[in-house]
Structure formats: C-alpha cells, structure tokens
Design a protein around this ligand. Structure first.
Ligand SMILES: [Zn+2]
Length: 122
C-alpha cells in the first residue's frame, strides 16, 4: 500500500521537470533575442542577457540551440552579430566556419556542411 502511494509522486515529478524545461527554453529564447536586439545600443546589457540565458541553461540543463550557441562569444559573452562585432569566414577546403569576435579577438572554428544554398553546423 505504502509503496503504491509513491507512484503518482514520481509521475508528477516528471511532469514538473518537463514544465521547467519548457519555461526555461522559452526564457532562453527570449533572452537571446533581447540580447541581439539591445546589442547595437548597449553591449553590456546585451552581454547580461546572454549571460542569463547561459545561466538558465546550465541550471536547468536545457541546451541552447547549437547554432545560437556558436554566435555567443565563449570568451567575453557577447552575442556575435556578423558585420557588427563578428567576422565570419568559410574555409571550404576543410569545411570549417571561422567565427571571430571583434570585441575580444577570440576565434572559434566549427565544422559545417552545405544544405542547399545555406549552411548548417555539424
Ligand atoms: Zn569575445
């Protein structure tokens, strides 16, 4: 009798976890969007939004989508906006995309593959 009483609790816990993940995913998305939006006016605020998104991701174990993660500087935490504070170069020879942060000079390389006219990260 007593061990049966535990089962609904466990189920609820599972539900709660996924609810947390859904809220976290939404908040991360909003924060990253805001980080991009405020970037031209306020770099520091933009960094803070991006930092919060990272914090939520870490705490809730909800991943930041890969392509968005690549456009956050791992060194200084700025959202990387191509043409503003980021330089994007492609190396088709070895299928690498090189993203340089012009804020702090950090350089990241990722493999990519072509998909139609666009690129996707691998
Ligand atoms: Zn940087």
């Amino acid at each position: 009798m007593s061990f049966m009483g535990n089962r609904p609790m466990r189920r609820n816990y599972g539900k709660m976890r996924s609810a947390v993940a859904t809220v976290a995913r939404e908040r991360i998305e909003i924060l990253l969007r805001q980080a991009e939006e405020v970037f031209p006016q306020d770099v520091e605020l933009s960094k803070r939004y991006a930092g919060l998104a990272k914090k939520i991701s870490k705490r809730t174990k909800v991943r930041i989508p890969q392509e968005k993660k690549h456009y956050l500087c791992k060194n200084c935490g700025q959202p990387l906006v191509p043409g503003k504070n980021a330089r994007i170069r492609l190396r088709p020879v070895n299928s690498r995309i090189i993203i340089s942060c012009l804020g702090c000079g950090a350089i990241r390389r990722y493999p990519y593959r072509k998909l139609g006219d666009g690129l996707i990260f691998r």
